[in-house]
Design a protein around this ligand. Structure first.
Ligand SMILES: *Cc1c(COP(=O)(O)O)cnc(C)c1O
Length: 241
């Protein structure tokens, strides 16, 4: 990447983006091959939080189809501005129940279902008996810190049942962030075990969203189907707005 930059100092500034995306795609293909899996079963969600809509547009031009955001207002504004691109929008951040009703207007997938009140916000109400149906993941907390997002492993089944009961969320599977201070691979192995349990409740809930910039190869080795990758593709994030 830096070689190309040096040879062609006048290339447009998105050359770095294209190169980083290509490098991550190659990394995904390599990790899939090493795990004896097909890269076709993997969905790359590029996490674009804090970046401007123009960057999402560049990514779409490079073939990206799925993007992830973690703040409601920012996601709502970007999805509206970029409605022409036909992207699949994944919400991956903490959501308040009040915002959840609005999030389903633009988010196709909510990966961070971890509270009863948020799940219930997606259910039909008298005022809105037939709300849009979205895809959902139950977020699992793989740490001992209850302050981190996600439900504790022993509460996942109950949360999955609750999601299924809404009738308006298609349960796709489980999502998690690896603990910061541990080898990610055993954590992802635990997530895989939890995924197996959820599949007993809903055979269609086969997806596992795991793996970020620093640990997506380990996640692929443990069965991840959705990779949420930000900085390895976008470069450093601007500070949170
Ligand atoms: C920001 C974020 C990511 C992407 O993280 P990177 O380290 O930049 O790849 C993935 N998942 C969630 C839930 C995030 O908030």
């Amino acid at each position: 990447m830096s070689d190309a930059d040096q040879r062609e100092p006048s290339l447009p500034s998105d050359t770095g983006l294209e190169a980083r995306l290509a490098s991550v795609r190659q990394g995904i293909a390599d990790a899939a091959q090493a795990a004896g899996r097909s890269a076709d079963e993997l969905t790359l969600v590029v996490v674009t939080k804090y970046h401007p809509a123009s960057l999402v547009r560049q990514l779409a031009a490079l073939g990206v189809t799925d993007v992830g955001e973690n703040r409601h207002q920012e996601a709502q504004a970007k999805a509206a501005e970029l409605a022409d691109l036909g992207l699949t929008w994944h919400f991956v951040g903490q959501l308040q129940s009040k915002k959840a009703r609005q999030a389903r207007r633009y988010a196709h997938v909510v990966q961070s279902l971890d509270r009863d009140s948020v799940v219930d916000a997606f259910a039909p109400t008298e005022a809105e008996p037939a709300p849009p149906v979205i895809d959902g993941f139950v977020q699992v907390n793989l740490t001992d810190d209850p302050g981190r997002g996600g439900v504790q492993p022993d509460a996942v089944d109950a949360m999955a049942e609750r999601v299924l009961a809404t009738g308006t969320i298609r349960l796709r599977g489980v999502m998690a962030v690896a603990p910061l201070d541990q080898d990610p691979r055993p954590a992802f192995a635990r997530l895989r075990g939890i995924s197996d349990r959820v599949r007993l409740l809903e055979p269609g809930a086969t997806d596992i969203s795991a793996g970020m910039s620093g640990d997506y190869a380990e996640a692929i080795a443990e069965g991840a189907t959705h990779l949420r990758i930000g900085t390895a593709i976008t470069g450093n994030r601007p500070p949170a707005p």
